[in-house]
Design a protein around this ligand. Structure first.
Ligand SMILES: Cc1ncc(COP(=O)(O)O)c(C=O)c1O
Length: 399
């Protein structure tokens, strides 16, 4: 059990410190307890917790429209799940259509309409009968209005648009998927996502809850050079404080601008989270030219070390890395292009390997996802690689 956190470290109730590669499931891109953020938040808190729309909310909206190339206006909420829900509603309200297309393995939060075919479902299933979002369901989701198709498959994408011409309100994607593989989409597929949705009049929705600000200031959209109609941000946007945003073109956001939609939410755009986000964005804008290359350097260093462990031990360990995000796999011997490829991995062994790292001073999520922050050092990376090496040796001996 954990008690506190600072820099790239978490401290447990017995006072033991661990290098933190979970980072609150992603938000802590800048490191824990950054004084530049906490000082501003403390000052803001003394002025009241919640009292209606503030000028800071407008300042944050303007900042986001400046740093996100595709954003013309934004709406705030508190969590990624709420914000993806808001994006779906905007797509439906704006197009007057019902259907949503999502992709196998992409995670968009826990709301029913999108909680289908993701790695999370097994862990969160509560019943032995098909519950909304059952892991194995492909082709249908909890809502008959959501169609699930294969990632990186241009033919399947074209087929769904040909079967449902003029009926699809939006296509939601993790543009650089990080909830099953951490992989770039094929360039042709990314381009087709944009052109087929534009031709058909459907909204292209980027779920950048994890990738936003983490992979680049402009997120995956900047890296891919693809402009979505709507994009959802959370996590790193406020470095640990609950804030999410839907950013979009004026056309896609019109149901909010001119009605009839109301993006309701008691705590949406609350002054505390907004202040934290303004402070985090100040740091990101100041540090971007140094920070993103440094994170990529640390990420590649760790990926190389993990690959060397696999080569030297013959263990079936592999890793995908993009910038500060690494996904390890156990028992996958092919290039991962879609969820079905990643789904062949031995998750039980990966979870054992990750758990074993705790004794050696590193906290890594059981699914083998490693997240880096601006506060990690080469020494943290090398210590994690050494711990992984020991862990792999132990597992190979036991098997
Ligand atoms: C890509 C993506 N979308 C949506 C969500 C849901 O966000 P939240 O947990 O804030 O509801 C997550 C959370 O991990 C995510 O990674």
């Amino acid at each position: 059990m954990l008690r506190s956190a600072h820099d790239a470290r978490v401290v447990d109730v017995d006072g033991r410190e661990y290098a933190d590669f979970v980072l609150g499931m992603g938000p802590i891109l800048l490191g824990h307890s950054r004084p530049e953020i906490l000082d501003r938040v403390q000052t803001r808190m003394r002025q009241g917790a919640l009292y209606g729309t503030t000028e800071q909310e407008f300042e944050l909206a303007e900042t986001l429209c400046r740093v996100l190339p595709h954003a013309e206006t934004v709406a705030f909420s508190n969590t990624g799940s709420e914000a993806t829900h808001l994006a779906l509603r905007l797509a439906r309200a704006g197009t007057g259509r019902r259907l949503i297309v999502k992709f196998e393995g992409h995670y968009h939060g826990w709301i029913d309409p999108l909680f289908a075919n993701t790695q999370m479902n097994d862990a969160t299933r509560t019943a032995d009968f098909p519950v909304p979002g059952q892991h194995s369901v492909r082709g249908q989701a909890s809502s008959a209005d959501v169609i699930v198709i294969r990632w990186n498959d241009v033919d399947e994408l074209r087929q769904v648009f040909s079967d449902h011409r003029g009926e699809i309100a939006g296509v939601i994607v993790e543009p650089i998927p990080m909830n099953f593989g951490t992989l770039m989409p094929d360039a042709e597929f990314a381009a087709e996502l944009r052109s087929i949705t534009a031709r058909d009049g459907a909204r292209l929705i980027f779920d950048e809850v994890l990738s936003g600000f983490r992979l680049a200031l402009g997120g995956a959209a900047e890296i891919l050079g693809v402009s979505p109609d709507l994009a959802v941000y959370a996590k790193a946007i406020a470095n640990g404080f609950p804030l999410a945003a839907v950013a979009g073109t004026l056309e896609a956001m019109d149901p909010i601008i001119n009605g009839p939609m109301l993006p309701a939410g008691t705590y949406s755009g609350n002054p505390i989270s907004v202040e934290a986000s303004l402070a985090a964005l100040d740091i990101l804008q100041n540090d971007r030219t140094e920070m993103y290359p440094r994170l990529d350097h640390l990420g590649s260093r760790l990926a190389q070390q993990i690959r060397a462990i696999a080569d030297e031990t013959g263990a079936p360990l592999s890793v995908n890395q993009i910038g500060s995000v690494l996904q390890m796999f156990w028992g996958v011997d092919k290039t991962i292009r879609a969820y079905a490829d990643a789904d062949t991995s031995d998750r039980a062994t990966m979870s054992r390997l990750s758990e074993g790292l705790l004794d050696k001073g590193s906290l890594v999520s059981g699914r083998g996802l490693i997240l880096l922050s601006a506060m990690h050092t080469e020494a943290d990376i090398d210590a994690l690689a050494a711990a992984l090496r020991d862990g792999v040796d132990e597992i190979t001996k036991e098997n």
